[in-house]
Structures are given as structure tokens and as C-alpha cells.
Design a protein around this ligand. Structure first.
Ligand code: F6P
Length: 528
């Protein structure tokens, strides 16, 4: 397979030269003045998502060169290798097949079967297993929705076993049952769990212990404390009040949980909301809502898999990310969802982007001479405007902003007049102000403008559009990772801290500071 590293392609120095001669002085205002068609030329429809890319520091020649870079890096072959189920997560010798979770059931839909050219056709037994777990989990979710005895669902998990479900349950609150309360406990800080437990009664609570590995310290600590609390309060029926969502069913059984929903090692933690980890979402929006979420993501999978690169939205976004990171040198991207329901989207995307592409070596373990993942950060609009947008408009660093707007307001839980128009006016105004600036003003009043942004627009925030938006983000991260020649699907960087924390925990008890550096030893004594 062609996996040429970006800096070893012919396109790379051409992009460098193009940046030096034109790119670094590119002016958005001049580009719009020179090309009245710029908006339509640089915007596009993808499944459930309209993207205006025209306010990016890019022209047609640069984009053509970036597309050439993608071809020379073997992006299409790398993408096809993922969809063919090859072991592209080479440091863990695993396939990367979260897209399989989003396939429509093969047997029932001849039409869908014909359309699906990914590994599902070649692996009918895997696909059958996926569909069987999905059916079982959705049946369980439906039963729970009708079970008035359970009023509180507590998801205990962290990272991918928390951020995705939490973000999606919030995002889809318009479609969620109102008969259950959802709680998400992730932090090992006991204050979080204690605060939730104080609101609960054991007989009306369901704990979902969500952990791919079923070994993560935070989750295990919280799960043990929850079980102790449950039993101390007289709770008895663990099978009814605890379920495990995990690829390590044996460990869940050892813990004493018999109600389990499994998934597979080819589903990465940060790509797992489509699996059993999505159970809180399924309980919230029901089986058909969850299937619609999967269908929206599948539509984006098919867009990514089949659309020529030049009109392939994840490809274009991923290439712009490379252009900004490696040529302009922009070190972060701000995500600004103009939707309160999407307020956890930035946190979710942080893990997706930075755990996937925060890597310093290539696939072969060689140190990289260029930058990889940007810092991703953000808050929902309009809140961010009154916090850090000052810096976006007038600070010394340029930060590309990714706006996410939703045209139609949710009809539930609010039907307050006037808000949606103001919200949409603000998102448009911010994108406009970043680009146009206020050049005629001087000193403190001066806005330099020419600050890039992408505008992603959903008609409405629905299970389908959310699924498509998230799959879009997954695939754009794949694209930049493939160009950078890194493994986007491992996360060795989180391991060291876990090991050290275990060691320090026992030292905190014993006071043993032998072999510790001076600072850690000093702090250890202060913390005892
Ligand atoms: O420590 C990072 C991480 O491994 C993430 O990749 C993962 O999403 C999270 O921990 C939780 O892991 P698990 O689902 O196995 O508890």
C-alpha cells in the first residue's frame, strides 16, 4: 500500500513554495472581490451537512495541490484499507472498523447490501454479531423506556466511554424521553459520584458501567463505590440495576455484573458511541432514533468512501487542517457550536482530534520533522463571544474557527420566540467580523480581519444530522492523520501517567519518596 509520508512527496515542496509566494499573503477580502462565485465554488453539500469553506485562506490552485498531496500520500488507498478491514492500527495490530457498526442490516435490505462495498459483505459473521448486539441493546433500551420503576440512568465511564454518549444525549434532548434523568460520572474525584448518588434511590437507578477494557482506574473506582452504595442502601438485584458496556465481558462478570453488552477490539474508545457504549443514547432517543443516528453516520461513511477527493468534505477539511498546521503554522483550532445542545461537542472533539493525532512519530516510529494535531478548544456560541473571542479578533495569533450552526431551532424543550434569529445573526456576524475586520479604524479599535473560518450548517439537529456531523469529524481526523503518516488509532501517550499514578498512590500512603525527583517528592510530602 502507498503510505508515503507527506514530507517525502513531490507536492510538499510545491506547497511550501506556493505558501511562500502567495499563501502567506492570501487575503480573503481580495479573494471575494476577485471572484464573485467564491462562495459557491468553496461550499458544498454533504449528507445532512452544508459546508461553507469559502472563508478559508485557500485558493483553487492551493486546494488542487493539497489534493495532489493526498494522492501522493496514498490517502485513497489508506481509506480503502480501513474500509477493507486491514490492520491499519499497526501498533496494536488491530483493524479499525467502527463504520461497520453503522451499516444497515444486510440481510433485510437487499438494496442497502448492494450499496455497501465495505468489509461487511466479506465478513458476514462479524456483521451478524454486530447486528445481534445492536438488536439486543436496542430491545433492552426499549424495555427500559417503558419501565417506570427506573427513573435515573447513571453512566459510569471516562474518555470515549463518557464524552460521546454524554455529548449526544445532550445534543438530542429534543428527541429524548422525559421520563428518565441521565447522569454521567467520569472523574475519579469522589465529589462527582457523591453529588449524583445524593440525588438517587437504589430501587429506581440503573448504573451503566461503560469501559471498553473494564480496567480503567477512574471507572473501576467509581463502579465499586456505586456498587457499595447500592448494597449499603439495601439494593439487591444487581442484574436489574447494573449493566456493563464493554469488550471485556469476563471482567464485568468477575465484577458481579451479568447484564452485559459487548463490542470488539476494532472499535477504538473515541469511536465507540456507535457501539454498546451508545446505550444511554438509545435509552434517551429510543431504538429507531438510535438507528437513525447510525444511518446519518453511514451516509457520511459512504460519502467519504465513494466521493472523488475534490468534492469529499472530510478530505477537504482534513487537507485544510494540514495547510493551516504545517504551512501557516496555526497551532490550534477553535470549535464554536452555535447551539446550546451541542455544548459538549468541543470536549468530544478534543479527544477525537488530539488523542488520535497528537503523535510525534510516524507509523515506523521515526520522529516527525513537522507538526501534527492542533490544540482543539471551544465553547458554545454565543458564550464564547463574551470570553475569548476578543483574542480571536484582535489577538496576535490566528486561530481558525469552525462554526457549527443549526438553522431550525429545537421545538422542545423551548419554543421561546426571538432567540433563534438572534443566535443565527450572531454566528453570521462573528464569521463576517473575523474575515472582514474593521480596517479603517486605528489603534485599539482596529480589527485586522482575514481570520479564517469554516461554517458547518445543519438544517436541524436530529439523530441523522448529528450522526453525519460526527462521522464527518472522524473522517477528517483520519485524513490529516493519513497525510501525516501517523497511527491515528492508538493512544500510548496516556499510559505513562496511569502507571506513575499507581506507584504514587502507594507512596502517598507510605511516604516513601526514594528515587523520586525533588519536585514530586516535595509535593508528595505536602499532600500527605
Ligand atoms: O486513557 C485513555 C483511554 O484509553 C481512552 O482512549 C478511552 O476512551 C478511555 O481511556 C476509557 O477507556 P475504557 O473505555 O477502556 O475505560
Amino acid at each position: 500500500m502507498n503510505r508515503t509520508r507527506c514530507d517525502r512527496t513531490l507536492a510538499w515542496p510545491l506547497l511550501q513554495a506556493s505558501f511562500e509566494s502567495l499563501g502567506k499573503n492570501f487575503d480573503l477580502r481580495e479573494a471575494f472581490a476577485a471572484d464573485p462565485q467564491r462562495f459557491s465554488r468553496f461550499s458544498q453539500d454533504a449528507p445532512h451537512v452544508f459546508a461553507d469553506l469559502s472563508k478559508n485562506l485557500i485558493d483553487a490552485d492551493t486546494e488542487a495541490l493539497l489534493l495532489e498531496l493526498a494522492r501522493q500520500c496514498g490517502l485513497e488507498q489508506q481509506r480503502d484499507a480501513m474500509f477493507a478491514g486491514e490492520l491499519i492500527n499497526r501498533t496494536e495490530q488491530r483493524a479499525v472498523m467502527h463504520f461497520l457498526l453503522r451499516n444497515p442490516p444486510l440481510a433485510k435490505e437487499g438494496r442497502a447490501q448492494a450499496a455497501i462495498k465495505n468489509i461487511a459483505n466479506a465478513l458476514p459473521e462479524v456483521n451478524a454479531e454486530v447486528q445481534a448486539v445492536l438488536a439486543a441493546m436496542l430491545a433492552y433500551a426499549e424495555r427500559l423506556r417503558l419501565d417506570d420503576g427506573i427513573t435515573d440512568i447513571v453512566n459510569i465511564g471516562i474518555g470515549g466511554s463518557d464524552l460521546g454518549p454524554q455529548m449526544a444525549v445532550l445534543a438530542l434532548s429534543e428527541f429524548a424521553t422525559t421520563t428518565k434523568r441521565f447522569h454521567f460520572v467520569s472523574n475519579i474525584d469522589g465529589q462527582e459520584l457523591a453529588g449524583v448518588l445524593a440525588q438517587l434511590k437504589p430501587q429506581s437507578t440503573l448504573f451503566l458501567v461503560a469501559s471498553k477494557t473494564f480496567t480503567t482506574a477512574e471507572t473501576m473506582t467509581n463502579a465499586h463505590s456505586a456498587k457499595r452504595w447500592f448494597e449499603a442502601q439495601g439494593g439487591q438485584d444487581i442484574a436489574r440495576h447494573f449493566a456493563a458496556l464493554t469488550s471485556n465481558v469476563a471482567a464485568a462478570n468477575d465484577f458481579g455484573i451479568t447484564t452485559t453488552f459487548g463490542f470488539w477490539d476494532w472499535v477504538g474508545g473515541r469511536y465507540s458511541l456507535w457501539s454498546a457504549i451508545g446505550l444511554p443514547i438509545a435509552i434517551a432517543i429510543g431504538a429507531s432514533g438510535f438507528r437513525t443516528l447510525l444511518a446519518g453516520a453511514h451516509a457520511m461513511d459512504e460519502h467519504f468512501r465513494t466521493t472523488p477527493l475534490a468534492h469529499n468534505l472530510p478530505v477537504r477539511l482534513g487537507l485544510f487542517d494540514v495547510w493551516y498546521r504545517n504551512f501557516h503554522g496555526f497551532s490550534s483550532r477553535s470549535i464554536a457550536p452555535y447551539s446550546s445542545a451541542l455544548r459538549r461537542l468541543p470536549a468530544y472533539l478534543q479527544q477525537l482530534e488530539m488523542e488520535s493525532n497528537g503523535k510525534r512519530v510516524d507509523m515506523d516510529g521515526q520522529a516527525l520533522p513537522y507538526a501534527t494535531a492542533p490544540v482543539l478548544w471551544g465553547e458554545p456560541g454565543t458564550n464564547g463571544q463574551h470570553a475569548y473571542f476578543q483574542m480571536l479578533h484582535q489577538g496576535t495569533s490566528v486561530v481558525p474557527v469552525e462554526f457549527v450552526a443549526v438553522k431550525k431551532a429545537a421545538s422542545y424543550p423551548h419554543d421561546l420566540p426571538g432567540h433563534q434569529g438572534k443566535l443565527l445573526a450572531n454566528v453570521l456576524a462573528q464569521a463576517q467580523a473575523l474575515m472582514n475586520g474593521k480596517p479603517d479604524a486605528g489603534g485599539h479599535q482596529h480589527f485586522p480581519g482575514n481570520r479564517p473560518s469554516t461554517f458547518l450548517l445543519l438544517e436541524q439537529l436530529t439523530p441523522a444530522s448529528l450522526g453525519a456531523l460526527l462521522a464527518l469529524q472522524e473522517h477528517r481526523v483520519f485524513v490529516s492523520g493519513a497525510i501525516w503518516g501517523i497511527n491515528s488509532f492508538d493512544q500510548w501517550g496516556v499510559e505513562l501517567g496511569k502507571v506513575l499514578a499507581k506507584d504514587i498512590e502507594s507512596r502517598l500512603a507510605s511516604g516513601d519518596e526514594a528515587g523520586l525527583d525533588g519536585s514530586t517528592a516535595g509535593l508528595l510530602q505536602r499532600l500527605r
